[in-house]
Structures are given as C-alpha cells and as structure tokens.
Design a protein around this ligand. Structure first.
Ligand SMILES: Nc1ncnc2c1ncn2[C@@H]1O[C@H](COP(=O)(O)OP(=O)(O)O)[C@@H](O)[C@H]1O
Ligand SMILES: [Mg+2]
Length: 236
C-alpha cells in the first residue's frame, strides 16, 4: 500500500515540523489516515507520537509542513476552531471533569449525528448519575471514548487508550472503536505502545523515533518486519 493521498484521505499530515518553544521535536513527519481506517503511531517514549496528535489539535507550535482535514489546512487555526471541525482528541490523561457526572459529560459533547453512547457502552448506564471522578479506569476510558464519539467526529485522535487498563477492558474498548471506525467511516489515528495490540486493531502503522517516521506499512507488513525495525531504529 502506498502512502499517497487518495479520495478517501481524511487526515493528511505532510512534512510536519513542530515542537516546544525553540526546540523542534518533529522533523518532517508525514502520516495519512483514510475514512474508516484505524492507523497506529508506534515508537518508543519520546519519539514524538503525542506531539504529532497535539499538533493536529493546534496545541503545539508548527514550524513547517501541513496538516489537512479533507483538504483544508488546520494550521493557524485555534484549538477551539479545530475542535468544531469534527476532529476529536482523547489525550493520554482523558481530560474528564471529575465533578461532572457521566450524563453531564455526554450532554455537553452531544452533536447531531453523534453516537448513542449508552447503547455502545451499556456499562455506563448504571453510572449515569455518578461523577467521573469515582468511575473505574475502564469506565473513565469508556466515557472519554463515548464523549468523543457523541460529538460525531470525522477524525478521532487517541493517545495511549490502553494505559493502565486490564486487558479485557482494553479489548472491549478497541472492539468498539473498530466497529465504529468501519461502520461510521471514522478516521482514527491512535498512539499505542503495545505493538501487538496496535497492529491487531490497526490497518496500517507508522513507526516514529527521534521525531522521524522510520517505517510504515500495513499491520501484517510491519509485524513481519518488526524484529528488523526494532534492531534498526528502536535500539533494542
Ligand atoms: N511540554 C513539553 N516541553 C518541552 N519538551 C517536550 C514537551 N512535551 C514533550 N516534550 C519532548 O518532546 C519529545 C517528544 O515527546 P512526545 O511527543 O511526548 O513523545 P511520545 O508521545 O512519543 O512518548 C520528547 O523529547 C519530550 O521530552
Ligand atoms: Mg506520548
């Protein structure tokens, strides 16, 4: 599979340079995500995965390249304006409001065409009137994912969804995500440290290290090349 933009490209990151203050962290990153596909960003700690997602949401300074959502550049738009363009971002810390209830989170984010979250995650039904702060880690991540999907996004950025969760919960979340991506044509760019998990659910992946894309391909292709990729780029 080539990495060229096609009709179905929803998110198109090209030659992205970005960083913090004067320090450039991404040195020309290109990543493409099509409608209905889950794409994984892989790589060691400090590779620039989170920074790539933050740049899409307008939260770090971009010094070169471009980020296009269905052909329209997101550069120089404020995070607030980008969020209204149907780009949802679930950060690593989930960014829930501990004192707001499950229902309040869902009501605040609901947009026409958005998903019925309590149908997707019936587990949250009995928690509707509970504050987010008292939910288990798995319930919080369901709420974070549900809240993002209730807003009817076209692109979903997810940072380390599996972090700190039991494997059975992680499978539940990824199964739901895959179903929504396929049935709803959602473009998902997810950061995931666990390579086997990432490549089980993603159609394609990009391996970042030192702020550069070192390898890319379909999930089976990357899995087959993984020991080479590790020894060449990941220093293991
Ligand atoms: N707020 C920040 N200020 C300065 N440097 C940062 C900041 N956040 C991350 N970095 C640096 O940017 C690089 C990439 O970080 P990050 O994108 O978080 O990596 P990853 O998500 O792949 O672990 C690292 O060297 C990290 O130290
Ligand atoms: Mg990170």
């Amino acid at each position: 599979m080539t990495a060229t933009a096609t009709d179905t490209t929803v998110l198109d990151i090209t030659g992205l340079r970005a960083g913090y203050g004067n320090i450039e962290v991404l040195h020309g990153v290109s990543v493409r995500v099509g409608a209905g596909e889950i794409v994984s960003l892989l790589g060691p700690n400090g590779a620039g995965k989170t920074t790539t997602l933050l740049a899409c949401s307008g939260l770090v300074s971009v010094s070169g390249g471009d980020i296009r959502l269905r052909g329209t550049s997101l550069l120089r738009l404020s995070p607030h304006v980008i969020a209204r363009k149907r780009l949802a971002h679930i950060p690593e810390d989930r960014s829930l409001f501990p004192s707001l209830t499950v229902d309040e989170h869902l009501r605040l984010s609901a947009r026409p065409g958005g998903l019925n979250v309590l149908e997707l995650f019936p587990e949250l039904r009995k928690r509707r009137n509970n504050r987010a702060g008292v939910l288990s880690g798995g319930e919080q991540q369901m709420l974070a994912l549900g809240r993002a999907l209730a807003a009817h996004p076209e692109v979903l950025l997810v940072d380390e969804m599996s972090m700190g969760l039991a494997p059975v919960v992680v499978e539940r979340l990824f199964d739901a995500l895959r179903e929504i991506a396929v049935s709803g044509g959602l473009a998902v760019l997810m950061v995931e440290q666990h390579i086997h998990l990432a490549l089980k659910y993603a159609r394609r992946g990009y391996v970042l290290s030192g702020g550069r894309v070192r390898a890319q391909g379909t999930a089976p292709d990357l899995l087959a090349r993984w020991s080479d990729i590790e020894s060449s780029y990941l220093g293991r």
